[in-house]
Design a protein around this ligand. Structure first.
Ligand code: ZN
Length: 305
C-alpha cells in the first residue's frame, strides 16, 4: 500500500496507417472530437492527431501517429493490447442499434466482470472496446474505462502498480485460455481501471499500424509529476527527465512487463494554443517548427474533418 495514487489514464497513444481513414473512424463512428492537429515532435513530416471529448479532458484523450507507410502491427506480450471506452447504461443499447443500422461490424456483446462489452476494429484492425458502466453519462462515450496490458508474467507489473502507483486488485477472471486481473485506482476518475492479461496462446507482438505505442497516466501538477518521478526512480525504474509536450509535461519509463508507461500532467491542457471552441481546427506547431511551417504543410497530406 502507498499513500499516493495515480487517478487514472491521461491518454493512450497508438500507431495508425494513413490519417484520413483514422479521422473518419474516430470522429464519425466513435463520435470523438478531433481536439488537436499537430505533428510528431520527433518527425514533423507526420501528423500527431488527438481525439477526446468535447472539452478535451484528461482520461478521454486518444492520440495517433499516422504513418502512411507503417507496416501492420499487432499486440503481444509486453504491450498494451486494448483500450476501452465507457458507455453509460442508457446509451449502450442505442449504440448497438445504431451501429447495426449503419452496418458497423462489431463483436459482442460479451461479458467481462459482469459488464457488457462490445468490440469494434478501427481501420487498421486495432480493437476498440466499449464497456457498459453503471449510471447515465449521456448519449456519448464517456472517455476511457480501462486499458489492457498483455503480459507473460503479471507479477512484477502487479507489484509496481499496487506497491508504488496506488492501484488495488479488484477482480480476477479466467476464461477461454485467458486470465484477466483487474486493478483499479482509488476515486472515480475516468480510466481508473487497468487489466493485466495473461494468455496460453503463444504470440509475438509487433509495433506498427494498429498497435498501441504507450499509455499515459495522470499527474495533477508538475510538482505531483516530480514526486512520481522520484518514487519510480526509488522503485528501480529508469525514468526519463521531464519532456515538454506542449499540452502536458511527460516522463516515460518501461514497466517491468515491457509496456511503455508515461506520466503526463493535466496542465496546461489543449486550450494552450487555441480556444475550446476551435480545438483541432488548424494545424498547431511547437515554436521550433513555426519557421518551417510552409514546408511542413506541403508534406502533410490534406485532411477533411
Ligand atoms: Zn503520450
Amino acid at each position: 500500500m502507498t499513500d499516493k495514487a495515480i487517478p487514472g489514464l491521461h491518454h493512450v497513444t497508438a500507431i495508425s496507417g494513413p490519417p484520413q481513414g483514422n479521422v473518419d473512424f474516430f470522429t464519425k463512428v466513435m463520435g470523438q472530437r478531433l481536439v488537436k492537429k499537430t505533428v510528431n515532435f520527433d518527425d514533423p513530416g507526420t501528423y500527431h492527431l488527438y481525439y477526446g471529448n468535447q472539452t478535451a479532458d484528461p482520461g478521454t484523450i486518444l492520440t495517433f501517429f499516422p504513418f502512411a507507410d507503417a507496416g501492420p502491427g499487432r499486440a503481444g506480450p509486453g504491450m498494451a493490447s486494448a483500450y476501452a471506452y465507457s458507455l453509460g447504461h442508457g446509451a449502450f443499447d442505442d449504440w448497438m442499434e445504431r451501429w447495426a443500422l449503419d452496418a458497423v461490424d462489431f463483436d459482442g456483446p460479451t461479458e467481462r466482470f459482469g459488464q457488457r462489452v462490445i468490440t469494434v476494429a478501427d481501420p487498421d484492425g486495432a480493437k476498440v472496446e466499449l464497456i457498459e458502466t453503471p449510471g447515465d453519462h449521456g448519449p456519448d462515450l464517456d472517455g476511457f474505462h480501462s486499458a489492457t496490458l498483455w503480459l507473460d508474467d503479471i507479477a512484477p507489473t502487479h507489484r509496481l502498480m499496487t506497491d508504488v502507483m496506488g492501484y488495488e486488485e479488484v477482480g480476477h477472471e479466467a476464461k477461454e485460455g485467458q486470465e484477466r486481473t483487474r486493478l483499479r485506482a482509488p476515486g472515480d476518475a475516468r480510466g481508473a481501471v487497468i487489466d493485466l492479461l495473461r494468455t496460453d496462446a503463444p504470440s509475438i507482438g509487433r509495433p506498427g499500424a494498429g498497435s498501441i505505442h504507450h499509455i499515459a497516466f495522470r499527474a495533477t501538477s508538475d510538482e505531483d509529476q516530480l514526486e512520481w518521478r522520484e518514487r519510480l526512480l526509488q522503485a528501480g525504474m529508469q525514468v526519463t527527465p521531464v519532456i515538454d509536450r506542449q499540452y502536458f509535461n511527460a516522463i516515460y519509463f518501461r514497466e517491468p512487463g515491457g509496456v511503455l508507461f508515461e506520466i503526463a500532467t493535466d496542465p496546461p491542457g489543449f486550450t494552450k494554443d487555441e480556444t475550446l471552441e476551435h480545438l483541432g481546427e488548424s494545424l498547431k506547431l511547437p515554436d521550433q517548427y513555426e519557421p518551417i511551417r510552409d514546408r511542413i504543410e506541403r508534406v502533410l497530406p490534406e485532411l477533411t474533418v
